[in-house]
Design a protein around this ligand. Structure first.
Ligand SMILES: *[C@@H]1O[C@H](CO)[C@@H](O)[C@H](O)[C@H]1NC(C)=O
Ligand SMILES: *[C@@H]1O[C@H](CO)[C@@H](O)[C@H](O)[C@H]1NC(C)=O
Ligand SMILES: *[C@@H]1O[C@H](CO)[C@@H](O)[C@H](O)[C@H]1NC(C)=O
Ligand SMILES: *[C@@H]1O[C@H](CO)[C@@H](O)[C@H](O)[C@H]1NC(C)=O
Ligand SMILES: *[C@@H]1O[C@H](CO)[C@@H](O)[C@H](O)[C@H]1NC(C)=O
Length: 944
């Protein structure tokens, strides 16, 4: 016992102690042992007092190091002290000494968030073998050159320490180094990015086994592969996100390439398929290979990858690969994880899966090939891969029937995504799956006989469910609504599901989409706890008062449109300060608009259209200053148009008051709506004249628009982390037809004042609104002439001035609007000759009917010499003076026409989306989120 104590306290003096003990024994002096021992201890203490534990020189070096560093929370190195009781630096936090020599051999200061500079005295720790300074903040400074003097280092980690500048060549002096991690030193100051101009120092590190330079800019290092090839013991090579250029492959580099490599991560670089040649060499020991997110531009996966017989993890996602998946890959019998998603791989999947399921039957856990062009069936043999946890086959062209055989042994499956294929799911009625899924994505898979998938009720653990657009035309069993406790996201939209929502249970649900079904009955008040709630296009009835069940709601998106919700709107909006989008349109709501709606401080889209609201607009709404889309159309509101609409809502882009009983004149304050692009005041009792200040509507006075859609971002999750996106949709009368605009709404610039009681002339200022695409002033009592410079409205696609008392000639300039495709001037008092121009004659006579004094084509009445009037040349000359007609003008006009016309109508035909034309925005969003999450996850040090 004593021996041990002495050994522990005085390792160096231990032999002397043993000697004394031996002597003591031989002289039969055991009785005096205690006395003798006391003397020895005092003696030894005296002898060794200058050097307890670490040496003074090392202690001073550590104290100097501490002096240069500060922690966020005061002194994190508080055990490092000058005081007598703190003298032994081997006892300090993060300092480790050799138990024989007493020298400091290990310094572990990782992850304590120190800031500052590294003292040059660090080099006095000459015996240091292990140095970890990761997760600190060295403020973008260079890695100090003197680190190269710590020549005994075996382990060096400077990861995520905010170093900048160039890697010092002196690292090449660390010839004993086995582990080097310089990853994630991303200084966001782009002038100072962490980089290396060459890796000439690397081949000196001949003992190196682990090299991680993730996020170091190596874009200038042409010979990086040669340098790596010179490291005979290297097992782990991690060069993720290094801007690596494609390597120059010589036969030498292939032959000489190290076959010691086990783990290679070259993802997120600029490599091309030349890297395949290197890997096809002798890398038979590779277990982990990640080449994802490079720009391979078209080659197929080399069949020779099938020779890497040890491979357990292969990632090649988002890499622009084409061709089929070589069957040889399916012969990797140790494969556990295969990620090939987001390429353009094509061909039949059947064969590949059949071979794979034979070979990797008892190893494969993760199979993700989503977002390719793979076709064919999914063979039933996949059901034999008993280790499978994740299957993602979504966004391909797979077809055929999926039955329970496909899952017969998949008891570990927890993630299943078969969305966006042409698959038919046919399970027997009483199938009990062997798995408990966490994520179920079966969007657009069709259910056998359109029936509700009964097996879903055996799944009690899922967090995400998407069975939207699954052709389900069935009653939802009431027990389905007893949702799993952990459910977060559910989408069952775009089916024809019937039934009521009875006793629904939900706790953490953040997104619930039940839209486009035939669900009915009252809306359970518990739904007011959800953060994103879409119940639109169903038959829900009852009152909207369910909303008031929750105080201080986190709801940010609520769509109840197109249901049978009735009654007065509850006045509890004070609790909805996070609401960004609220759509209550197309219901049977009546009464006054509640004043507490003025508390919707975050609201950007507010749609109350097509209900039976009466009375005035509460002036409290002027507090909703973020409002961009305000739709009150088709109600029974009766008041004058409030002045604050123009004065207090500077962001308003779309204002729809159509189909109410607004009266009095248009207040000039409306001209303050500088962002407005759609102004629809049609079908009211508005009187007075059209304000001349209209030319202040800046957005309408500009051509083009940078955004095709009108987007809103809102967050879900109580901590507001997940950002979602919503595109506004508006129904507008266009060319006499009411249509919906969503994917192109941002391109629509329109003023509709039709069917009111407006009098006076059309103000000539309106011709300054050169961005206008549609102008409808029909069915008023307007008099005077069409402004002669109407031809300035070169973007105009639709012009309706019919049913007024407009007189005079049709201005010649009208014939210069090339893209006009809808024109109605009928039922006015226009006279004279219809100007000649390709467009104006292409409209039918009905466009000009009811103007008895008009003549010329397309009308049958020919003009007298007098009616022909002054020639067009006069006006053309005038326009020439304005510099309107020039070659450049016509070119831009042509371009504008193509962009404008096909922008509006082309995209209506081909509904846009971000990556694959037929995916709606939810998929794009989930994809985007997934990628973000993946990147963040990969950067978390503990999962790397
Ligand atoms: C010194 O420490 C190492 C581990 O750090 C241990 O393996 C070794 O046994 C120790 N030596 C002595 C003499 O205690
Ligand atoms: C960090 O570096 C910047 C210049 O790169 C300097 O302005 C700043 O003062 C430094 N901060 C600290 C705490 O040293
Ligand atoms: C590294 O070694 C070279 C000689 O190989 C020497 O000239 C240089 O001073 C050394 N650098 C450091 C920092 O020790
Ligand atoms: C990487 O370095 C190159 C040239 O040294 C530079 O052009 C490029 O912008 C850098 N990339 C990043 C992401 O810093
Ligand atoms: C081949 O690699 C060894 C180290 O493994 C190195 O010494 C040698 O120079 C390399 N040869 C060529 C031609 O690159």
């Amino acid at each position: 016992m004593l021996t041990l104590v002495v050994l522990y306290i005085f390792p160096k003096e231990f032999p002397l102690f043993v000697l004394i003990m031996t002597v003591a024994n031989t002289v039969e002096a055991r009785c005096c042992f205690k006395l003798l021992y006391a003397i020895v201890v005092v003696l030894l203490l005296h002898m060794s007092s200058p050097c307890i534990g670490c040496s003074e020189r090392e202690r001073q070096a550590l104290l100097a190091l501490k002096q240069g560093l500060v922690g966020d929370d005061g002194d994190l190195l508080f055990s490092w002290g000058r005081e007598a009781q703190n003298k032994d630096c081997c006892q300090w936090d993060g300092v480790y000494c050799n138990n024989e020599t007493g020298h400091v051999v290990k310094l572990d200061l990782g992850g304590i968030y120190l800031r500052g500079k590294i003292s040059p005295k660090l080099i006095h720790l000459q015996h240091l073998e292990y140095l970890d300074l990761s997760f600190n903040d060295f403020n973008g400074s260079k890695i100090p050159d003197f680190i190269g003097s710590l020549s005994n280092l075996i382990y060096l980690s400077l990861s995520e320490a905010n170093f900048g500048g160039q890697i010092p060549n002196q690292l090449g002096n660390l010839t004993h180094l086995q582990y080097l991690d310089l990853s994630f030193n991303e200084d966001f100051d782009s002038e100072n990015f962490f980089h290396a101009k060459n890796l000439n120092w690397l081949p000196n590190l001949s003992s190196l086994k682990h090299l991680d330079l993730t996020s170091t800019n190596l874009s200038d290092v042409v010979g990086w592969l040669e340098a790596v090839n010179m490291l005979p013991k290297l097992t782990n090579l991690i060069l993720q996100g290094c801007n690596l250029p494609p390597p120059i492959i010589s036969s030498v580099s292939i032959m000489n390439s190290s076959n010691s490599l086990v783990h290679v991560d070259l993802s997120l670089n600029n490599l091309n398929s030349s890297i395949f040649q290197w890997l096809s060499g002798t890398h038979t020991n590779l277990v982990y290979l990640d080449l994802s997110e490079n720009y391979f531009r078209g080659p197929s996966i080399p069949a020779s990858f099938g020779n890497m017989s040890s491979l357990a993890h292969l990632s090649l996602y988002y890499s622009e690969l084409e061709g089929g998946i070589p069957n040889s890959l399916a012969k990797l019998c140790r494969l556990r994880r295969l990620e090939l998603y987001g390429n353009s791989l094509s061909g039949q999947l059947t064969n590949f899966v059949e071979i794979l399921s034979e070979c990797a039957q008892n190893t494969l856990e993760y199979l993700d090939i989503r977002g390719n062009n793979l076709s064919g069936r999914i063979p039933e043999s996949i059901g034999q891969m008993s280790k499978l946890e994740t299957i993602d086959f979504s966004q391909n062209s797979l077809e055929g029937v999926i039955s329970e055989t496909h899952f017969s042994k998949l008891s570990k499956l927890s993630y299943l995504d078969l969305s966006y294929n042409s698959l038919l799911l046919n399970f027997s009625f009483d199938w009990i799956p062997p798995f408990q899924l966490q994520v179920i994505y079966l969007k657009s898979c069709k259910m056998w006989r359109s029936s509700f998938p009964k097996w879903l009720q055996t799944q009690t653990n899922y967090t995400s469910l998407d069975i939207s657009d699954a052709g389900i035309s069935d009653t939802v069993p009431s027990s389905f609504w007893d949702l799993p406790q952990k459910l977060e996201v559910m989408d069952i939209s775009h089916n024809q599901m019937r039934g009521t929502i009875g006793n629904i249970r939900l706790e953490f649900v953040s997104r619930l989409n039940l839209s486009w079904n035939q669900l009915e009955g009252p809306i359970p008040s518990i739904l007011s706890k959800v953060l994103v709630l879409d119940l639109s296009h169903n038959n829900f009835s009852g009152a909207a008062s369910f909303l008031c069940a929750t105080k201080d709601s986190d709801l940010s998106f609520l769509d109840l449109s197109s249901n049978h919700v009735s009654g007065e709107l509850p006045d509890c909006w004070i609790h909805f300060k996070k609401l960004v989008v609220l759509d209550l349109s197309n219901n049977y709501l009546f009464g006054k608009i509640p004043t507490t709606m003025g508390y919707l401080f975050s609201i950007e889209t507010l749609r109350l259209s097509n209900n039976r609201f009466v009375g005035e607009l509460p002036s409290q709404l002027k507090n909703c200053t973020k409002l961009t889309f305000f739709d009150l159309g088709e109600n029974n509101l009766s008041c004058s148009i409030p002045e604050w609409l123009g004065a207090s809502l500077p962001n308003l882009a779309i204002l729809i008051l159509r189909g109410n009983q607004f009266y009095r004149s248009i207040p000039p304050q409306l001209c303050h709506l500088t962002s407005v692009q759609i102004l629809d005041l049609s079908m009211n009792n508005i009187s007075g004249t059209i304000p001349k200040c209209l030319n202040n509507l800046i957005v309408l006075a500009q051509k083009g628009n940078s955004n095709i859609t009108i987007k809103h971002f809102y967050t879900t999750g109580p901590d507001g982390i997940i950002v979602e996106l919503y595109d506004d949709e508006a129904s507008l009368t266009w060319k006499g037809v009411r249509s919906k605009y969503k994917s192109t709404l941002g391109l629509v610039k329109s003023i509709d004042l039709s069917s009111n009681k407006l009098i006076g002339e059309i103000p000539s200022e309106i011709t300054n609104l050169v961005g206008l695409v549609s102008l409808n002033l029909s069915r008023n009592q307007l008099t005077g002439q069409i402004p002669p410079r109407i031809g300035m409205l070169q973007e105009l696609d639709s012009l309706d001035l019919s049913r007024n008392q407009i007189n005079g000639r049709i201005p010649n300039s009208l014939s210069q609007i090339d893209r006009i495709s809808y024109l109605d001037l009928s039922e006015n008092d226009l006279s004279g000759k219809i100007p000649i121009g390709t467009q104006l004659q292409s409209f039918g006579p009905s466009s000009y009917g009811g103007n008895p004094l008009l003549c010329g084509l397309p009308l049958l009445r020919t003009c007298t010499e007098e009616e022909k009037g002054p020639g067009q040349t006069v006006l053309v000359n005038q326009d020439d003076k304005d510099g309107l007609i020039s070659q450049g003008f016509y070119i831009s006009l042509g371009l504008g026409f193509a962009v404008g016309f096909w922008g509006v109508f082309g995209t209506l035909l081909f509904n846009r989306s971000c990556r694959y034309t037929y995916f709606n925005f939810w998929t794009c969003l989930t994809d985007w989120l997934y990628v973000k999450a993946e990147i963040i996850r990969q950067r978390m040090p503990n999962t790397r």
